[in-house]
Ligand binder design. Structure first.
Ligand SMILES: Nc1ncnc2c1ncn2[C@@H]1O[C@H](COP(=O)(O)OP(=O)(O)OP(=O)(O)O)[C@@H](O)[C@H]1O
Ligand SMILES: [Mg+2]
Length: 335
């Protein structure tokens, strides 16, 4: 499958990635033949419900999957056309944190609880940019100021647990952006925050990204966040990309039943008050439950109409790709 987004040479290109985890049911793929690309300076989204494999894709890119339970048996992750998956760790370490900044899903788990915030920001500056300790500490305070943490000099001296959730998320953005990366991977950067702080953090991320002209791989289960921030979006379901398109196109002409169901389940201001939210019946199957054929048909209790391992994934209109299950994709029959 070729799902290259727009026409410029991609900064990041994931090709046919498969990521597996060892579990009591055996070693099972949680990311199944995923391809995606991020052009320089663009914001590309991955959306899907919990357990679809969004974080597994993101953590595969930077090889930060839990060990020893994970494997990447197939695929390539090309950053500037160099495969991060086959690169020696030492070489990868010169890219991670310097050219690729990562904002993790759980700020509290990602930050070191026993290291002062300022030192955590200063570390990549010393390692990657060769700043002296004093220079890096001064720059850390500036970065805290740039992410609009009040009293940054004082905050730099504090430990993560003394900061609010929003402040911790800002501190993590400061670490991710410290070395002015070309690519930011933001895995649910605002999920744990209340709505007001969520909006502030997203605006901040957007502004800083513009300043650096950095590309972003933004992961979210929230279609509103994707619509507001992304140029192009990949919809993941049960370890696979089931649809991808420029963001406006996807919202205007969703092709796959899963995308349509996700959109229908989003609260919109024009909905009548107290109208029931059309949820998606059932749950995302666990990897050991994945059936052969269309995995959304599996959820909907349908026998997959095609007797294939997987429905073909193809371009339905220019730049818009979907998994062509005749029961799920409203363009499938005509192909
Ligand atoms: N360390 C692990 N060991 C075994 N299975 C795992 C591990 N981490 C994740 N998984 C499984 O891999 C699948 C994908 O998980 P992943 O965390 O990538 O989903 P996600 O789309 O990021 O979900 P969320 O929106 O909840 O963050 C899930 O079925 C999950 O249970
Ligand atoms: Mg996740």
């Amino acid at each position: 499958m070729n799902t290259t987004a727009p026409s410029t040479a991609p900064l990041l290109e994931i090709r046919h990635l498969t990521t597996s985890f060892a579990s009591e049911h055996g070693v099972l793929p949680v990311v199944d033949d995923v391809s995606l690309s991020v052009p320089p300076g663009a914001c590309v989204g991955i959306v899907g419900e919990s357990g679809c494999g969004k974080s597994a894709v993101a953590m595969s890119v930077v090889r930060l999957l839990p060990q020893p339970s994970s494997r990447i048996p197939a695929g390539q992750v090309l950053f500037h056309e160099q495969d991060l998956l086959s690169m020696p760790t030492r070489q990868l370490n010169t890219i991670r944190g310097a050219h690729i900044g990562v904002i993790f899903q759980e700020a509290m788990q990602a930050l070191n609880p026993v290291q002062r915030i300022g030192d955590q920001i200063a570390e990549p500056l010393m390692r990657h940019l060769g700043l002296s300790e004093a220079e890096a500490r001064a720059r850390a305070v500036q970065l805290l100021e740039a992410v609009r943490v009040p009293a940054p000099t004082q905050r730099a001296q504090e430990y993560p647990h003394t900061l609010s959730g929003g402040m911790r998320q800002r501190a993590m953005i400061a670490i991710a952006l410290a070395c002015k990366p070309e690519l930011i991977i933001a895995d649910e950067p605002t999920t744990a925050l209340d709505t007001t702080v969520q909006q502030q953090v997203l605006t901040l991320l957007h502004d800083l990204r513009q300043e650096l002209n950095a590309a972003c791989l933004l992961i979210s289960h929230n279609l509103g966040v994707i619509a507001q921030n992304c140029d192009f979006v990949y919809v993941m379901y049960a370890g696979r990309v089931v649809e991808c398109a420029p963001v406006r196109e996807l919202f205007a002409h969703p092709k796959h039943a899963y995308t349509r169901a996700l959109l229908a389940a989003t609260i919109r201001p024009d909905m009548p008050r107290k109208s029931p939210l059309p949820g998606i019946p059932g749950n995302v199957p666990a990897p050991h439950e994945y059936a052969t054929g269309c995995r959304f048909c599996q959820r909907m209790g349908r026998r997959p109409p095609l007797g294939l391992e997987r429905p073909p994934f193809a371009e339905v209109t220019p730049g818009h790709f979907a998994e062509l299950c005749p029961a799920c994709c409203n363009e499938a029959i005509s192909h």
